[in-house]
Ligand binder design. Structure first.
Ligand SMILES: [Fe+2]
Ligand SMILES: [Fe+2]
Length: 246
């Protein structure tokens, strides 16, 4: 673990081989009494990929962390994200300026509806199951509309480490959390969902989408908010479907 910014507490941890979690904690406040975390994931290979840009206001912190791992942020080749919200892709334009050879990548719907309008260069719209070879590592796009929110939502699965970059799924509070855990993340996530019930869409296709994600048999779930999870990811995704009652 390395703290890359002492003022914010932004830190970098390798959670799977060549996959780095960049975490900026948010101390307890009236809106989030238990505190919170914003995590981006950097997949290092010949063509490094960043999943989630962070919001514009945190761009300097994330940039500092990416530079710590890559040496030069201009090495980035892909800037990808789950859906169109400030924490997922607010700093897309800043990243594409800092990394002139990088390309944005999200779902085909996301590119069509929002991302191309927010990007200085065309964004690659990924179809269901489409893969990007990063070198030794490969990422596969998996559409997940409305799970937990937004039409254009989707995730990336890195097959060599069996890591599912699963965005807002299993979002849980806390700001002094281990980077990765093998203990329960569904319980804390359900507690937060029940406190903010409108944050998750209970879509009629949610069970089928969670089954599709479970079929990747992930060993690591890389969570955007909270600790990442190491263990039987498929079982946890099916348990989420049960908890949602879908
Ligand atoms: Fe979100
Ligand atoms: Fe998020």
């Amino acid at each position: 673990m390395t703290i890359t910014n002492t003022e914010s507490g932004t830190r970098v941890d390798e959670i799977a081989e060549g996959i780095f979690r960049i975490c900026t904690p948010v101390p307890p406040n009236p809106a989030l009494p238990g505190g919170f975390t914003f995590n981006q994931f950097l997949v290092v290979d010949d063509e490094p990929l960043l999943f989630h840009t962070g919001a514009k206001r945190t761009f300097p912190l994330v940039r500092q962390a990416v530079a710590h791992v890559l040496g030069d942020v201009a090495r980035l080749r892909w800037v990808s994200f789950s859906h169109f919200e400030a924490d997922e892709c607010g700093a897309l334009a800043e990243w594409l300026e800092a990394a002139p050879l990088a390309q944005g990548a999200c779902s085909a719907v996301g590119a069509m509806v929002s991302a191309n309008d927010a990007s200085p260069r065309p964004v690659r719209g990924l179809a269901e199951g489409e893969e990007i070879a990063l070198g030794k590592k490969r990422v596969r796009w998996l559409d997940a509309p409305h799970l937990p929110h937004n039409w254009e939502c989707g995730y990336l699965f890195e097959s060599t480490t069996r890591t599912l970059l699963c965005g807002d799924l299993f979002t849980h509070g806390g700001w002094e959390l281990p980077p990765i855990t093998d203990s329960d993340v569904l319980g804390p996530a359900e507690a937060m969902r029940k406190a903010m019930p409108s944050s998750v869409a209970i879509d009629r296709n949610a069970r089928a989408i969670l089954e599709k994600l479970a079929a990747t048999a992930p060993r690591t779930l890389a969570l955007m908010h909270g600790s990442s999870y190491r263990g039987d990811g498929a079982a946890l995704l099916r348990a989420l479907a049960d908890a949602l009652g879908v």
